[in-house]
Design a protein around this ligand. Structure first.
Ligand code: GKR
Ligand code: MG
Length: 442
């Protein structure tokens, strides 16, 4: 007896992908500091649109880099004419075409520099958007269904120079109010960081706070965390992330000093070995988006006990379904899962929210850079936060619609800005010519 019709051709014949549009865009970004240097006046993103032969469009957004755009272009022939439901075949074809990437391809920067994971993430999310539209269900339902109605995020603070991005060195605009004004303020000491936290939490209702470190000496950054604890410690969990720029002895000294005030400490040191050793000495849980960043890293992570929390990112882990699989692995091995972020717009945020809503557990509020951005490419403008959380979009697919005019405008900005990849070292050298990125500095 056949459980399925004999001829699979009688089922599963859906629309096929007919067009792919790859649009690099540039969004203004404030002069934020981190271990790799300084954010450029523009952050780059790439928007991918897949259109089926019956006119359904699926969209996605990934970090912008000309190499990823070229790889997407090189993969065009693997995508056009294909069934958007056959994601396994698509992944297999991409890996066969590009070869597998190794953990080393990730690079030493705080962000992931691999290519194929980004390409697959872009295609997978756009296909899920199409599938959701065909089935008339939100993406969260394709990932297993909704475990929560809204997804909580954390305030993500940065040491920063004065200004708003867009034009290098642009000064504050006096007419701005609220967070729009605070976003432009300088924050280079504990006082500035506390003021930034207050303004961001007031505007978005966040109930957890993360400080990006690695920009100043550990003493200054630890003092900023102690100041945040003094101001918010009773109400909000706090986290700190120096992006692996501390030596093990430094991380031990300051990690001990911050014991008891942190919800978790993110990438205090470089590499799974150093993380595993430090983890045995500190009571604070350790999190990472730098040392355990792919499925290949999991066996060693478990052997060494490298971290307590893996910060997934669907752009880096190869999509939303891969992040769901990661959540299962985390559960199996006693790890928690949360989410990492880079500068991004609403398509990425919507994808993060669908994933966050489907995760079986969510012990920590997710990271997002969203408050630092001031432009949008989705119809209706920025997605709204309610009490620090984003309600899961209810429309079919991702539930957000691409604003074509805004896309064109930001594509023109991309062409005019002259950037083709993120390079925070070069940006820092425009202000401090002698500055050099160091993997481990203090
Ligand atoms: O945007 O400067 C930044 C961050 O440092 C980012 O690149 C990191 O990838 O947010 C990230 C992190 O949590 O490490
Ligand atoms: Mg991090």
């Amino acid at each position: 007896m056949h459980l399925f019709p004999k001829s699979p051709a009688s089922i599963g014949v859906g629309p096929l992908i007919k067009e792919m549009h790859i649009t690099p865009i540039a969004i203004t970004d404030p002069p934020l500091l981190n271990a790799a240097g300084l954010h450029a006046p523009f952050a780059l993103r790439t928007v991918v649109e897949l259109v089926t032969d019956d006119g359904i469009t699926g969209i996605s957004e990934i970090p912008g880099n000309i190499q990823t755009d070229e790889a997407l272009e090189a993969a065009r022939h693997l995508i056009i004419g294909k069934d958007p439901f056959q994601l396994g075949q698509l992944q297999y074809a991409l890996e066969a075409h590009f070869g597998k990437e190794s953990a080393q391809d990730r690079g030493d920067t705080p962000w992931d520099q691999r290519k194929v994971v980004h390409v697959f993430s872009a295609l997978e999310v756009a296909c899920l958007d199409i599938i959701g539209k065909i089935c008339n269900r939100p993406v969260v339902d394709l990932l297993g269904g909704k475990m929560r109605d809204a997804v909580p995020f954390a305030a993500y603070l940065f040491f920063k120079y004065e200004g708003a991005g867009g034009i290098l060195g642009r000064k504050k605009e006096p007419a701005l109010k609220g967070w729009a004004a605070a976003r432009q303020e300088e924050a280079v000491d504990p006082k500035g960081i506390v003021a930034q936290a207050r303004a961001m939490c007031n505007a978005y209702g966040f109930k957890s706070i993360k400080l990006k470190g690695g920009a100043f000496e550990p003493r200054v950054e630890t003092d900023a965390m102690l100041a945040l604890h003094g101001e918010f410690g009773k109400e909000y969990p706090l986290r700190f992330d120096p992006n692996a720029i501390w030596k093990p002895e430094t991380a031990y000294i300051y990690g001990k000093e911050m014991e008891g005030i942190l919800e978790y400490l993110e990438d205090p040191v470089r590499g799974q070995e150093n993380m595993g050793k430090l983890r045995k000495k500190l009571k604070t849980p350790l999190a990472t988006n730098m040392c355990t960043t792919s499925f290949e890293d999991i066996p060693k992570s478990i052997r060494l006990g490298a971290e307590d929390i893996i910060l997934s990112d669907h752009h880096f882990w190869g999509g939303l379904r891969a992040s769901m699989q990661l959540s299962k692995l985390c559960r199996t091995f006693g790890r928690d899962l949360s989410m990492h972020s880079n500068s991004h717009l609403g398509i990425s945020l919507a994808a993060m929210v669908h994933l966050g809503a489907a995760l079986p557990e969510m012990p920590y509020a997710l990271d997002t850079h969203y408050p630092w951005q001031s432009e949008e490419i989705i119809v209706g403008g920025s997605l709204e936060f309610q009490e620090g959380a984003v309600p899961v979009p209810t429309g079919p697919g991702l539930g957000v619609v691409l604003d074509k005019e805004a896309l064109q405008r930001l594509h023109e900005a991309y062409k005019a800005c002259g950037l083709t990849k993120r390079d925070d070292e070069v940006e820092m050298q425009k202000i401090h010519p002698e500055w050099k990125f160091q993997k481990v500095r203090w």
